[in-house]
Design a protein around this ligand. Structure first.
Ligand code: NAD
Length: 477
């Protein structure tokens, strides 16, 4: 089993860069859009130049296929970066808003100013874009940033670190490497904003630490994302998307479907078609999984975590519909489908975050809505249906951070949509303008340009006439 982890950055080094960034902050705040755009354009070029290096690093980290690195890491990143480059001038300009008539003589606008010193935590499951994307928005908004990637993908982090060094000075952006000790040390320092992508349990630690300094937080967390397939759905389409989104990255990502609710009349057909699609996409045996487009578990710890969920379910009576092949030596868990889960099984309580799909059946949509709403708010909700009323009902009655209808996971690629969860699946939103806002303070500005200031008519001393005016104002609301 792989044991490589990134080495810890010494605390003295963290302190040195922390102070350096703090001293530079007043200058960073005043950098112009032009200056920021120069670096962002350079970053885009440098990422493209390192495309092969990223592919090799991700293969070394956990056998991620090159094409998957291209679409799920490089394309996502460059796509958002291009959007930032095109929009930054607009985002940083004054955003004019209306001024009510009783404030005549003033105009109002929002000025997005940098929050200041930002700390970014990223997970191992997309170590390239989940590390560089928050940095892009942080820098674009005018912040200085310390980045703490996961320790579990050392090869990818090495390339990320190299790229950051090629484009940014350490006073602008710097990578602190290491595991929990480094993470905790960083959390003891005062940052103005913490952007964390990771698990809900560590998210709570981050939020507690942020409370000490009243730092703002963005928490991009995970959870159990449901997929619902009703009896009117195009089953072939649903199974094709479900097999891809469940088994790509070996199911190790936040918006992978955790469990599927299929109408009981379609259960057998679903199982047959889902398996057919899974085999078509990822192969049928160990040789296929190790050599084609399937990737491994990131390390032995995570393999054991997912295996424990599988073993627990089977020991307590769940049925193995498909797969279940585990090779600890190779850190491989094959595409797997389980059914018959019961209360008390880990698979119903924990985020699976691995290549196991839990199949559940239903008769009445009301049961599905109740079951999903009893759990924590999911990050993504997926529905396949041809019925308009069902689409409307699920959208209105199930709370979720994001939702896809008759498609899956592709909402992540639309930077015009906010991406994020609610409560246990996250706080705050990212992508596009939404990310820029997370790293900015929306400063409300009111500018009195006219010598006539209407509000003076209702300020002390409260004469009889002013009291009449106040009464009149209240009546007009
Ligand atoms: P994790 O929470 O274990 O780690 C995230 C980061 O926090 C890493 O950099 C890690 O080193 C650091 N960390 C871990 N424990 C810490 C501690 N006690 N104190 C300080 N820092 C600590 O998450 P992970 O295993 O790397 O990633 C998987 C999780 O991330 C899943 O729950 C998944 O759903 C979630 N995720 C969410 C999104 C999203 O966009 N919402 C994207 C990817 C992953």
């Amino acid at each position: 089993m792989k044991t490589e982890v990134s080495p810890d950055s010494p605390f003295s080094e963290i302190d040195r860069v922390y102070r350096l960034q703090k001293d530079y902050l007043p200058l960073a705040r005043n950098t112009g859009v032009k200056e920021r755009l120069v670096k962002l354009k350079r970053l885009k070029k440098v990422i493209l130049l390192h495309r092969n290096e990223f592919q090799q690093a991700m293969y070394a980290d956990y056998n991620k296929p090159a094409a998957e690195v291209d679409i799920a890491e490089i394309f996502v990143l460059l796509n958002e970066l291009g959007h930032v480059i095109r929009r930054l001038k607009i985002w940083t300009a004054k955003h004019h808003v209306p001024t009510p008539w009783y404030l005549t003589g003033a105009n109002s606008y929002i000025h997005y100013e940098p929050k200041g010193h930002a700390l970014v935590f990223s997970p191992w499951n997309f170590p390239i874009h989940l590390t560089l994307m928050p940095l892009i928005y942080s820098y674009a908004a005018g912040n200085v940033t310390v980045i703490k990637p996961s320790e579990f993908t050392p090869y990818s982090v090495e390339v990320v670190k190299k790229i950051i060094r090629m484009v940014f000075d350490e006073k602008e952006a710097w990578v602190a490497e290491g595991g929990v000790a480094v993470g905790q040390y960083l959390l003891s320092l005062r940052f103005n904003h913490i952007f964390f992508t990771g698990s809900p349990s560590v998210g709570k630690i981050v939020m507690k630490a942020a409370a000490e300094h009243l730092s703002s937080v963005t928490l991009e967390l995970g959870g159990k994302s449901p997929l619902i397939i009703d009896e009117t759905a195009d089953l072939k389409l649903a199974c094709s998307f479900a097999a891809t989104t469940k088994f790509i990255n070996s199911g190790q990502y936040c918006i992978s479907p955790d469990y599927v609710f299929v109408h009981e009349s379609a259960k057998d057909e679903f199982v047959r078609e889902f398996i057919r699609q899974a085999e078509l996409k990822f192969g049928k045996n160990e040789e296929d999984w190790l050599t084609r487009d399937y990737c491994l578990m990131v390390n032995g710890r995570h393999l054991n975590r997912v295996k424990a969920i599988l073993d627990d379910a089977i020991a307590l009576g769940a049925r193995l519909e498909y797969g279940g092949h585990v090779n600890p030596e190779k850190e491989l868990i094959s595409p797997t489908v389980l059914s018959g889960a019961r209360e008390g099984m880990k698979i119903l309580e924990e985020e699976i975050f691995g290549p196991i799909l839990l199949l559940r059946t239903y008769r009445d949509l009301g049961e599905v809505i109740q079951t999903v709403n009893r759990g924590e708010t999911p990050l993504s909700l997926y529905l396949f249906s041809r019925r308009l009323a069902t689409k409307k009902r699920i959208r209105k009655e199930i709370q979720a951070g994001t939702m896809c209808i008759n498609t899956m996971a592709v909402h992540y690629y639309n930077y015009h949509l906010p991406f994020g969860g609610h409560n246990a699946s996250g706080i705050g939103q990212s992508h596009g303008f939404w990310s820029f806002c997370e790293f900015s303070n929306a400063k409300a500005v009111m500018n009195q340009w006219s010598p006539f200031n209407g509000i003076k008519l209702v300020l002390p001393p409260f004469t009889r006439l002013k009291k009449i005016l106040i009464n009149w104002l209240i009546r007009l609301t």
